[in-house]
Design a protein around this ligand. Structure first.
Ligand code: HEM
Length: 373
């Protein structure tokens, strides 16, 4: 195992409280700084305590009703990546922005023509990858033709597509938890506004991920999830806090300012080294002080998170394991009510209003109650 240059004592001081097993602690003390991080707890988290869908999720939810689901999705994502490799980053960001505000329910996919569309909430949802959004709807069409009308929700298709997209880009396979209902409409703007801001400091980031029932209360999870920025791009307006008056001591900020040249729409790769591959080079960027967003770079500069950045920069397998666990945990964020699957991922179902919800618990049906749209 490669070794980091990080401070062993700081690392151990922070690892010990996270570790329940005494034996593990002793082994950790003996092994040096680059230890396997403790496993993260994964439990189903509901975004609303009245939610009745808790506990009905599983990775093989559609194994009987749609056995080819993974095959259909993987080959569609593969085709889409051949045309535009950016679709992986697009799906990842869409998955995060769908699940974080009110649970994984495809509410984000309701398109901009809908007056309440989450896609119109800016700056959070500016610049979502349109090809990735269309891809989900196109996969839905194939899946519903092959496995039956409303057989698999748009939320589940997005989760499976994200997992394959990450894996096809070189990353781990994420065991997404399936069985989500689709929302009947978009989430509220205030919920979208709970997404983290790119100029956030570490305290704000850690609080944002832990707050409002999201449950990411371990800094390891926050650093691992931020590793999603190993793929994709950011518009200059997303890091203007660094470029408008660049800190004279920050050479990379000066380089970014020169690159943007005052054009907020110009796009910069989030990972300077391998922008299209899912790997751990984002963490090497941070160590070299070449993180593009403030919320990226601060992770390397703060004692609560810097040691985790060091571990991941030196041990890609460890990053992959923690990323996959944290993403699986994200896939457990459920939304209250909804319909079993929308007929079109990009639209509300006709005749179903925002208040209509369908409870799933105790239905005796292995996929919950069918929607009464
Ligand atoms: C830690 C807090 C986070 C902040 C502040 C943040 C913020 C941002 C911002 C501002 C952009 C650029 C948007 C643009 O300019 O068009 C971006 C892009 C992206 N984000 Fe995050 N993000 C965070 C966490 C995450 C997480 C947890 C994921 C996924 C698990 C994620 C996945 C992505 C991806 C893949 C892109 C590139 C999208 C593309 O190229 O289409 N981000 N993020």
């Amino acid at each position: 195992m490669a070794r980091s240059s990080g401070n062993v004592h700081v690392l151990l001081a922070m690892l010990v409280p996270l570790c329940a097993a005494t034996a593990w602690t002793a082994a950790a003390a003996a092994a040096g700084p680059l230890l396997p991080l403790p496993d993260l707890q994964t439990t189903t988290t509901t975004m609303n305590e009245n939610d009745t869908t808790t506990g009905s999720l599983s990775a093989d939810f559609h194994a009987l009703s749609c056995p080819d689901l993974h095959g259909i999705v993987r080959s569609a994502v593969q085709d889409a990546r051949r045309q535009d490799v950016q679709v992986t980053a697009g799906l990842l960001r869409i998955f995060f922005h769908d699940c974080f505000p009110q649970g994984c329910d495809a509410s984000l996919l309701v398109d901009k023509t809908d007056p309440g569309s989450e896609q119109n909430v800016e700056p959070q949802n500016k610049g979502l990858n349109q090809r990735a959004l269309q891809l989900i709807e196109s996969i839905r069409d194939t899946v519903h033709k092959r496995c039956g009308e409303r057989s698999v929700s748009c939320a589940d298709i997005l989760a499976v597509a994200t997992s394959h997209a990450v894996n096809l880009a070189g990353g781990p396979f994420i065991n997404m938890q399936l069985g989500h209902f689709d929302s009947v409409g978009p989430a509220q703007p205030w919920q979208v506004q709970t997404l983290p801001a790119p100029n956030a400091d570490v305290t704000t980031l850690l609080n944002t991920f832990a707050a409002n029932g999201k449950g990411f209360d371990n800094p390891i999870e926050v650093v691992a999830l931020s590793g999603a920025h190993t793929v994709g791009k950011a518009r200059c307006s997303s890091f203007s806090d660094r470029t408008i008056r660049p800190n004279p001591n920050d050479n990379f900020a000066k380089e970014l300012a020169q690159f943007c040249g005052g054009d907020g729409n110009r796009q910069r790769n989030l990972d300077e080294i391998t922008p299209d591959s899912f790997d751990n080079s984002y963490f090497l960027d941070l160590i070299r002080r070449k993180g593009v967003l403030t919320s990226d770079q601060v992770l390397a500069n703060d004692g609560r998170t810097g040691w985790i950045v060091n571990v991941f920069a030196n041990d890609q397998g460890n990053f992959f394991e923690k990323f996959a666990q944290a993403m699986e945990k994200m896939s457990r964020l459920t939304s209250p009510g909804g319909v079993k699957a929308r007929r079109n991922c990009l639209k509300r179902d006709a005749g179903v209003n925002l208040q209509t919800t369908v409870a799933a618990a105790g239905s005796g049906d292995d996929e919950g109650l069918a929607a009464s749209a």
